[in-house]
Design a binder for this molecule. Structure first.
Ligand SMILES: Nc1nc2c(ncn2[C@@H]2O[C@H](COP(=O)(O)OP(=O)(O)OP(=O)(O)O)[C@@H](O)[C@H]2O)c(=O)[nH]1
Ligand SMILES: [Mg+2]
Length: 601
């Protein structure tokens, strides 16, 4: 039993629904702790340090930082809010003794608020509730606080847990207040509250060293770094230790470096004790969920369990005629190695072999998570082919069950009809509808995860970009029946060559094209979407017939509709069963699995 407290340290995680302001709050906490010089230029959302995070404006990986407030070191872990990265949040919670739960003052609790709060309450972590973005003109802090109480009650919070402290924040300005509309000050009340209501780390002095690896990082000088929290005992630089694997094996290792955090920097330290969050070098083979322990008396901590994956794609070698021209890593061996490396750092991703030695089944928490992995690989120089995302069904009691989602839609009243109709077509049921009286409504649905594939882009079109849709995995239910996917066929190139303006002009009444004149195509490549249900083989390389009669110049001008350019996620959503997405560092091409037209008939 843990029996002593290590004063002088507090470990907190910041959790919330996507975009509610976690990373922005960390900025303000860093500034006010005096980590940066007054005139230092620091980019916004500085913790979102990965290129893709900055491009997409979302946090993908949990990251830690540390500040010192009145002599106490506060380790802060910023977590991603998007549901697909829920695995990051789950394991982050292992490192901390309390959480800051942020809730947008206008949007209120959303599906991921529920997910992260449930995980925090299950782990008995005391929450500090921060109603953020109180500067929003549509802020409704009092109502949102009531919704937060309801959520706590709904999650069976104990009396103690219901007694949470609340602060009202403007993370962008770095201010907070004890009451809505009250006087705003610096974040000092927040720092004080952390000291008061987050307990100091507790440990058992009789136990040997135990450090749980919860994250991995890379340093160009020292190589792989295992990041985790020391639960018991002490660890010094260059110490001989045991690494207890998830499979029960114990390896003997010598650590070569030990680092703590100070603001955004990693700093060398000589020793770490209970409650410290540190990075350790020298553990080339360490994986997430493993325990670093005493050399003589190794004692593993309970392994990290995260929710099961719900969606899978098949990733294989690029077998198109254009393969090998744009990428550096093209072999199945390279792809396999890369995918396996991913599973070491990302516990919610699984990789399994398939019938073919050239492709692998990769499972994860959602389309975005899988799309991000593919995007990272293409930036590293990989070429690959990716199949249509499929949900993972399960046998339960002899019957086929499928994953379900809770879907929360917020949109203007006028779109109630179209949204309920579209969700209905995807076998969704409305469970609740709240009219805020502001012209917008909030609708809760429950539908099969399958029904969400391709939903987002359609939803945005249907609500003219004004709707907000959020979803969260919500258990399994018996197979809900067929769901029609894409109601349209593909326009498929029937020969190799270069697309011509002439051919595009003649084909564009048939559907929407994805390519421009001069683009290279191959037989079996999908060049557009057919307005009709069936696929149509087309000659996209046809030159204009030369006639004896010169038409007037005005007649010659061709009118081309700009092609539809789809992102990686949109392309994955578009894919039909018999199609693949060809991904290279330069291009995304849709294609038929079977390329020759004669073999597809
Ligand atoms: N008006 C206003 N905007 C805010 C406030 N806090 C954050 N924002 C904005 O909200 C957006 C999202 O902020 P982030 O800090 O990236 O949110 P996050 O919770 O880290 O998002 P994920 O990590 O992707 O879940 C940014 O455009 C911020 O500038 C606030 O107090 N007021
Ligand atoms: Mg963030």
């Amino acid at each position: 039993m843990a029996s002593e407290a290590r004063e002088g340290i507090r470990n907190v995680a910041i959790i919330a629904h996507v975009d509610h302001g976690k990373t922005t709050l960390v900025d303000a906490m860093l500034w006010q702790s005096g980590i940066f010089r007054d005139n230092e230029s620091v980019m916004e959302r500085v913790m979102d340090s990965i290129d893709l995070e900055r491009e997409k404006g979302i946090t993908i990986m949990a990251k830690n930082t540390a500040i010192t407030y009145r002599g106490t070191r506060i380790n802060i872990v910023d977590t991603p809010g998007h549901a697909d990265f829920g695995g990051e949040v789950e394991r982050t919670l292992k490192m901390v003794d309390g959480v800051l739960l942020l809730v947008d003052a206008s949007e209120g609790p959303l599906p991921q608020t529920r997910f992260v709060l449930r995980k925090a309450l299950e782990s008995n972590l005391p929450p500090i509730v921060l109603i953020n973005k109180i500067d929003r003109p549509d802020a409704r802090p009092q109502a949102v606080l009531n919704e937060v109480y309801d959520l706590f009650i709904d999650l069976d919070a104990t009396e103690d847990q219901l007694d949470f402290p609340v602060l009202y924040c403007n993370a962008r300005r770095g201010t907070c207040s004890p009451s809505p509309g009250g006087p705003e000050t610096t974040l000092e009340p927040l720092f004080e509250e952390i000291l008061r209501s987050v307990p100091a780390p507790r440990f058992d002095p009789a136990m040997p060293l135990q450090l749980l690896v919860t994250n991995l990082d890379w340093d160009d000088y020292v190589g792989r770094l295992a990041i985790g929290r020391v639960f018991n005992g002490t660890l010094s630089r260059g110490q001989d230790v045991s690494l207890c694997g998830r499979d029960g094996r114990v390896a003997q290792i010598r650590t070569t470096g030990l680092y703590g955090y100070q603001g955004l920097k990693r700093v060398e330290i000589t020793e770490a004790g209970p409650g410290d969050i540190v990075a350790v070098a020298g553990l080339e083979n360490a994986g997430i969920g493993e325990t670093l322990s005493d050399r003589e008396n190794p004692q593993a901590l309970p392994p990290i369990l995260v929710d099961e994956p719900t969606i899978a794609v098949v990733i294989g070698v690029n077998s198109s005629p254009a393969a090998g021209r744009e990428g550096e890593h093209v072999t199945s061996r390279k792809i396999k190695e890369r995918l396996e490396r991913e599973t070491l750092t990302n516990v919610s991703i699984r990789v399994e072999p398939t019938d073919s030695a050239d492709s692998f089944k990769v499972s994860g928490r959602g389309e975005l998570q899988l799309a991000i992995l593919v995007e990272m690989m293409r930036r590293e120089g990989f070429e690959m082919s990716v199949g249509k995302p499929e949900v993972l069904s399960r046998e339960i009691g002899g019957a086929r069950h499928e994953p379900m989602e809770a879907l929360v839609v917020d949109c203007p009243e006028v779109f109630i009809g179209v949204v309920t109709q579209k969700v209905g077509m995807r076998r969704g049921r409305m469970t609740k509808m709240v009219n805020h009286g502001t012209g917008r409504v909030r609708m809760d649905f429950r539908l099969p995860s399958r029904g969400l594939i391709g939903f987002r882009s359609e939803f945005l079109t249907d609500t003219k970009g004004t709707g907000i849709a959020n979803h969260l995995f919500d258990g399994y239910e018996p197979w809900q029946g067929e769901i029609a996917h894409r109601g349209t066929g593909a326009l498929v190139a029937d020969r190799a060559g270069r697309a011509t303006g002439n051919a595009i002009e003649h084909l564009q009444p048939r559907g929407e094209l994805f390519i421009s004149p001069g683009d290279e195509v191959y037989e079996g490549m999908v060049v557009g979407e057919n307005a009709r249900e069936a696929d149509l083989d087309v000659n996209i390389t046809k030159e204009k017939k030369l006639t004896n009669m010169r038409a007037s110049t005005a007649d010659e001008a061709i009118h081309l509709v700009p092609p539809r350019v789809m992102s990686l996620e949109q392309s994955l959503e578009f894919l039909a069963e018999d199609e693949l997405l060809e991904v290279t560092p330069v291009s995304l091409r849709l294609r038929k699995k079977v390329l020759p037209a004669v073999k597809r008939k």
